[in-house]
Design a protein around this ligand. Structure first.
Ligand code: HSE
Length: 298
């Protein structure tokens, strides 16, 4: 018996919601087929892409191992991963594979796990690629929509009611990078000032209230971050200029997608979309970066 699962790309953080907020989009998707392996306790991985196939280095493999071990399941599995989400670009690629892996195992062995439990195991899989079990990308891949991870122990994910109509534009630089999230996390400060903490909390509450109340101005004010995006700026030197272009052209807001270098723009009318793309393309080119534009929906 085998099961086939699809998991979508995600943009984590959404401004100041580092490791808390995330949004799933239709931009890219991974497809995973999981079947029983004749050999007990054996997890095998196959893929169409240049991703590591060792279990501990593969987010789908590690998530599967943690789940099977914890549930005392000794049956072996084969995980066939068809990557559609490019990796190392801040689009939740490793998270989607981990999410699809646990969703597939849940179905294959009829484990009846809750979505929160699935997030618990999928986030452990993230350790394989980023060195940290961050929950945000996997939470959005498993729940869909916009989510907030309110607790990790125990895992509690809250689906945010979205009362604002918007479309998504992703600006995706060419060139995939392995291990990029790990490096991006090492760039972060261990301590922050009280004033930065207060400002970021304002952004976070404005963003959430704006999405829930359907208030574009609040979302625009909230989609900011003075801590994580600032520390990682060398990874996406074009970001500030692109954000200026988006806001000048009436976009709802813009932020870095996950750990970058992709940029997320939310917009609610496409009158200026071509202008945004053209100007953003020129900005990327001025940094010797070739950017692609992907339109998507929540
Ligand atoms: N919250 C994570 C980070 C997301 O910013 O490191 C990684 O995609």
């Amino acid at each position: 018996m085998s099961v086939r699962v699809i998991a979508y790309s995600t943009s984590a953080n959404l401004g100041s919601g580092f490791d808390i907020l995330s949004l799933a989009h239709t931009a890219f998707k991974d497809e995973i087929i999981i079947e029983e392996n004749k050999e007990k306790n054996k997890i095998e991985i196959e893929s169409n892409d240049r991703i590591p196939l060792q279990i501990e280095k593969n987010s789908a493999g590690l998530a599967a191992k943690m789940l099977l071990q914890d549930k005392g399941i000794d049956r072996g599995i084969k995980i066939k991963i068809k990557k559609g989400i490019p990796f190392g670009l801040g689009l939740g690629s490793s998270g989607a594979s981990a999410a699809a892996s646990v969703l597939g195992i849940n179905e294959l062995f009829d484990l009846k796990l809750s979505k929160n439990d699935l997030v618990k195991y999928a986030m452990l899989g993230e350790q394989a690629s980023s060195g940290s079990p961050h929950p945000d990308n996997v939470a959005a891949s498993i729940f869909g929509g916009i989510v907030s991870v309110s607790s990790v122990s125990p895992v509690r994910v809250v689906e945010i009611p979205v009362n604002l109509d918007f479309n998504i534009l992703l600006i995706v630089p060419e060139g995939q990078k392995e291990g990029k999230t790990k490096k991006a996390r090492e760039m972060l400060p261990n301590q922050i000032s009280l004033s930065k903490y207060v400002n970021n909390s304002r952004y976070l509450s404005s963003f959430l209230l704006g999405i829930i109340k359907g208030d574009k101005e609040l979302v625009r004010m909230g989609l900011n971050d003075d801590i994580v995006e600032v520390a990682r700026e060398p990874l996406f030197p074009y970001y500030k200029k692109i954000k200026e272009i988006a806001l000048k052209n009436d976009a709802v807001g813009s932020c870095v997608s996950g750990a970058g270098p992709s940029i997320l723009i939310l917009y609610d009318n496409d009158t200026n979309l071509d202008k945004i793309k053209k100007e953003a393309y020129d900005v990327c080119s001025s940094y010797d970066v070739k950017c692609n534009f992907i339109e998507a929906k929540l």
